[in-house]
Design a binder for this molecule. Sequence first.
Ligand SMILES: *Cc1c(COP(=O)(O)O)cnc(C)c1O
Length: 360
Amino acid sequence: MSRVYNFSAGPAVLPEEVLREAADEMMDYRGTGMSVMEMSHRSKPFEQIITEAEQDLRDLMGIPDNYKVLFLQGGASQQFAMIPMNLMKNRVADYIVTGQWAKKAAKEAEKYGKVNRIASSEDKTFSYIPDCSDLPVSEDADYVYICENNTIYGTKFKKLPDTKGKTLVADVSSCFLSEPVDVEKYGVIYGGVQKNIGPAGVVIVIIREDLITEDVLPGTPTMLTYKTHADAKSLYNTPPAYGIYICGKVFKWLKAQGGLAVMKERNEKKAKLLYDFLDQSSLFKGTVVPEDRSLMNVPFVTGDADLDAKFVKEAAEAGLVNLKGHRSVGGMRASIYNAMPYEGVEALVAFMKKFEEENR
Ligand SMILES: *Cc1c(COP(=O)(O)O)cnc(C)c1O
């Protein structure tokens, strides 16, 4: 068996301990004689899996009792519609557009109401986070929406916007559990788990109870109503059971590492190694303004598309895979999520040094 250092933006690297445990339990989950994939979602063992997963996530993030945790399907993209359908009571929402994902979310919300784009960084290809300290928040806005970590462009909100009392909704897909969060600052926190938590197919929604109502937009499907899933504890229909089981293992792994404060320290150390190298390199250059740099996704370029392609190819041959940048940006991108070990970033930087010397 040989494992590579996988810098994919998602689906992405998972902790080896978790994969090994899942492999050990594949044929016979704890004496049940079957895999978790094969068992009823109404069975005792699965009830324990989902209950523990929720509790461990609550412990990790310090989620207050007046917030529900929902394990849903449809990916982060389904939330682009589910959020306005459930939250747009006045049919008005404010969006801060810091990348493709926020842009898509805003466009989808326009199907349901008036969308005000109150800030954007599109003028400089989303290479920074706009100043959000005094935004023209709409008087009747039902919520203010952000994408907290921009997976494609490698920017992160280091400070949350001042929403002037309006509910904050955040897509945290690519920074989920990468550092401690103050859940009470948000009305909704959601993310697809395939970036930093688990296998594709699960989206986690953490939502304040007062936002869960029957008063949704006319025509909202039962399955797209938060209340349906909140009332049924995410078991209204068959949930993505195996994915939830793996997420649960990752939560336990994170607790064993020491929790989110420890992860933040580690993530800062990993990111610093790479950014420090980029800042002194004569060949490679980071594409994001230093103060808004993501700890999770690090885009960089040589300035020469042919050389970029050569780098991606030779890195893959050296066991450093999935370093090609997003198709909309080009260049390279290293995603260094929780499960990427420090040694993986060290190996990447060593390879970049060598490539720089060979390609002067
Ligand atoms: C990947 C990603 C999405 C889309 O996720 P899907 O689960 O594929 O719908 C949305 N937002 C962010 C920030 C992402 O990184």
